[in-house]
Every structure is written in structure tokens, then in C-alpha cells.
Design a protein around this ligand. Sequence first.
Ligand SMILES: Cc1ncc(C[n+]2csc(CCOP(=O)(O)OP(=O)(O)O)c2C)c(N)n1
Ligand SMILES: [Mg+2]
Length: 332
Amino acid sequence: MAARKTTPKPNVSSEELTQFYRDMLLIRRFEEKAGQLYGMGLIGGFCHLYIGQEAVVVGLEAAAEDGDKRITSYRDHGHMLACGMDPNGVMAELTGREGGYSKGKGGSMHMFSKEKHFYGGHGIVGAQVPLGAGLAFSDKYRDNGRVTFTYFGDGAANQGQVYETFNMAALWKLPVVFVIENNQYAMGTAQQRSTSTPDLHTRGEAFGIPGEVVDGMDVLAVKVAGKTAVGHCRAGKGPYILEIKTYRYRGHSMSDPAKYRTREEVQKMREERDPIEHVRIMLIEGKHASEDDLKAIDKEIKAVVNASAEFAKESPEPALEELWTDIYAEAT
Ligand SMILES: Cc1ncc(C[n+]2csc(CCOP(=O)(O)OP(=O)(O)O)c2C)c(N)n1
Ligand SMILES: [Mg+2]
């Protein structure tokens, strides 16, 4: 990717730009705190951090409307925070406590919110892709104008079920945006080692699904592409593919030895393409905010994240009887 380009006066209001900064920073600080709690042994099992990819989900949420749905993989904390789920409930789920979104029984990869239309959190690579089309099918059936954002990775994009889903989604003109978060790695495998054709946004061509590639380190570019995609879906034209080029700074999960890439590669991305720094520069250079304004936001976010960690530590472990609840869906 090219070196950072900034547009001091982009076509965006100060309020929106500041909101992007705040939303991305919340994800970054929350993830850093989750990493710390993991290191302290307070979070068990798997934990996949989203640091570096914040602009993807924040940009797309800015293109979403009330009632739109979202579903994603195990790298899911950012998606939850961006759609307005409570940091306390997310952190408490990470620590396996009663106050968590799944009452401490799901952990990092298995959280849901009916209220925010967040359908998980899926640990099986690619499993959420057909489920996302199913969510869109229900909206199409109800004719309610809603769109589903179905997120998956560059690795998942090579799975067979993705193409079966593309076929049905195109055939039935389902209102689904397939968001390929191309962070260039699937665990320790770089994209060029696993993927015959790198242009993942063209993968829908055989099914007549349009796609575009987006700079995922630029939240404004992501929002613009998101608007195009949802506009296409809401017009009844069927699915749309966004290949969003991004980068994860941390390992695949907390237990990744990171031997497959150099420190310099990661450092270069952080220094030249960081999505939060990009917005910070726009805010300052465009005189949308002062250094003091941003410091105040940083402080506010830190307090929210620290409070979530306190809540997560103080919430009790789930009672033994909880083993027998939430197993079957209630009849509606
Ligand atoms: C069906 C299945 N196969 C393998 C795994 C192990 N696995 C977990 S994540 C992952 C890589 C997926 O990479 P990508 O889709 O690029 O998503 P990213 O982790 O980069 O967000 C693999 C192989 C799994 N969870 N499920
Ligand atoms: Mg990947």
C-alpha cells in the first residue's frame, strides 16, 4: 500500500470525523485492554484482536441504517463495539462472567445481540457466510428494506461454501453486502501463498455480483464504498462485494508466535498507514479539533475501557445451573 495521504479538508463534518476518531479509538483501547487481561490469565481460550482493522467496521457502520444486520467471524470485538454493544458486556463475556453478553458461557467468539442486530461471533472459518445470506433472505421475505453485512477474511474467501452462497444470493437477489476483510494473512499464511488470484473483489463475477476494492486504512473511503454497496442492495439489485484491504498489527490470536512476517513490515504499516492516526491528522490539520480536544477524548475512552475491565473482573462466574439454560431456541 502507498504511503499515507491525508486530505486536510475532506467532505465530512467535524462531528462525523470526530465520531470516527472516537469509535476507532474505543476499539483500539478496548483490544489493548483485552490483550492485557489475557496476559494476566483473566481471559481464557481464544482471543483474536482487531487492532489495525478499526476503519473497516467503523466506516461500514457509518453507511448502515437502523435495523441493518451484521455477522462476522471470531475476530469480532470491534464489530460489537462499532454497532453500539456495551463494552462492559463484551469485556465480561471475554472473562467468562455472568455480566457478559452470553452470560459468560460463550467467550470471545460467541456473543450476540438481538437488540443491535449482531448475529455473532463464529469460530468456524466461513460458517457465517451462508448464515449472513440467510439473514438477508429473511429481510427480503419480509420486504423490510434491511441489509445484512456479512464479514469474512481473505482466508475464508477460498472456501467452497462462500461460492454456493454467492450463487444463491445472486439468484434470489438477496440484500447482502459481502465484506471481505483482506488483512493479507490467514493465520500464518500470506495471501500470495494460498490464493491463485489476488483480486478477491472479482470473485463474484461468475455469479454476476459486482465488487470493488477499498482502502481499509481510510475510514472515509470505507464509508463511501459502504454507501454504494447498501444503495445497490436496497435498490433490489442483490448482493455486492467489498474487498477491504486492511492489516492486523497483532498476531492471528493471542497465541501466535508471528514468525511468518517481519517486525519491519508491521512497523511500516503502523507508521505509514494507521487508520486512527490518519483521522487524527485530518482533525488537527483541518482545524476540526485541537490537541486538547483529542486528549479529552482519549481520556474519556480510557475511562470507558477501564470501567469495562473493572466490571468484567467484578462480575461473578456463571452459576452451575446456567449449564442447562440457553441450549434450545425459545419458540416465538
Ligand atoms: C473450518 C475451519 N478451518 C480451519 C480453522 C482454523 N482457522 C481459524 S482462523 C483461520 C484463518 C482464517 O483467516 P482469514 O479468513 O483471513 O481471517 P482472519 O483471521 O485473517 O481475520 C483458520 C485456518 C477453523 N477455525 N475453521
Ligand atoms: Mg485474513
